[in-house]
Design a protein around this ligand. Structure first.
Ligand code: FPP
Length: 251
């Protein structure tokens, strides 16, 4: 099976999962953390090189204060409880987003987790936190303008690769596969630049229900996709070449 090198996931449906069970929304997020743990372990075990999870969007700040606090609390607990597991599985921890908006103690935990795992050699786990793709692009452009002014870069000659280096994802390859749970078919301001040629996979289960079998189904679907990046696939072009040769021979 052809495995994607980089899997990105929009983890959606915690609230609806909880509501469907008559539970408060926060219970959905708590269950969602367990799914995060299972997914990280399974991806690492399968040999996926990069896993990027959309954990908190820049728009999520507008949720009720209690829910934001609960999500930040869960994040803090997650960072504290998972570090040993990340170390054990040699997972490198990384974050993208506008981290200046996060509570100080969360910022410190994030820096600590990144520092401690920085020399690990296994999968790179990236959490998108206080992340919005338009905001990321804007922050990148602001840094680019500053570098252009100080002569570090010539913005008029900029290549796509150079611009990518101004994004939070500078150290990551573009995702090969994007999974979104809960049946919604939107990108929701996630990795807009980086998803240019990514294969999209939508599944109807809510995030707390997403398990190893759902992940495997997504990976199997991906392995059957034919990626052409705007060109023609090698199999297709070989077939065309064969047809053209046959046509020439018959003339
Ligand atoms: C979407 O569910 C999910 C989120 C807003 C955040 C995802 C958060 C977690 C999985 C838990 C915390 C994560 C970590 C890594 C500690 P929703 O609330 O939008 O669901 P709804 O669309 O059904 O309302």
């Amino acid at each position: 099976m052809v495995l994607p090198k980089h899997v990105a996931i929009i983890m959606d449906g915690n609230g609806r999962w909880a509501q469907s069970k008559g539970l408060p929304r926060v219970a959905g997020h708590q269950q969602g953390v367990l799914t995060v743990r299972g997914t990280v372990q399974e991806c690492s075990k399968l040999g996926i090189e990069y896993l990027t999870l959309y954990a908190f969007s820049s728009e999520n700040w507008s949720r009720p204060e209690g829910e934001v606090e609960a999500l930040m609390g869960l994040l803090g607990q997650y960072l504290a409880s998972e570090l040993a597991l990340l170390q054990e599985q040699q997972i490198r921890f990384h974050v993208i987003g506008d981290l200046s908006k996060l509570p100080t103690e969360i910022g410190q935990s994030l820096s600590h987790s990144m520092a401690v795992t920085s020399t690990n050699t296994g999968m790179t786990l990236t959490l998108a936190l206080s992340y919005g793709s338009r905001n990321e692009i804007l922050r990148g452009v602001q840094r680019l303008i500053a570098d252009d002014k100080s002569g570090l870069v010539d913005a008029s000659q900029l290549t796509e690769q150079q611009f990518s280096d101004y994004l939070d994802t500078a150290q990551l390859p573009d995702p090969d596969l994007l999974i979104r749970t809960s049946g919604e078919m939107r990108i929701s301001n996630f990795l807009l630049w980086q998803l240019a040629y990514t294969e999209l996979y939508f599944c109807s289960c809510y995030w707390p229900e997403f398990d190893a079998s759902q992940l495997h189904a997504a990976l199997e679907d991906y392995s059957r996709r034919c990626r052409r990046y705007g060109g023609v696939s090698s199999a297709l072009s070989a077939k065309q070449h064969q047809n053209e040769s046959l046509e020439e021979a018959s003339h």
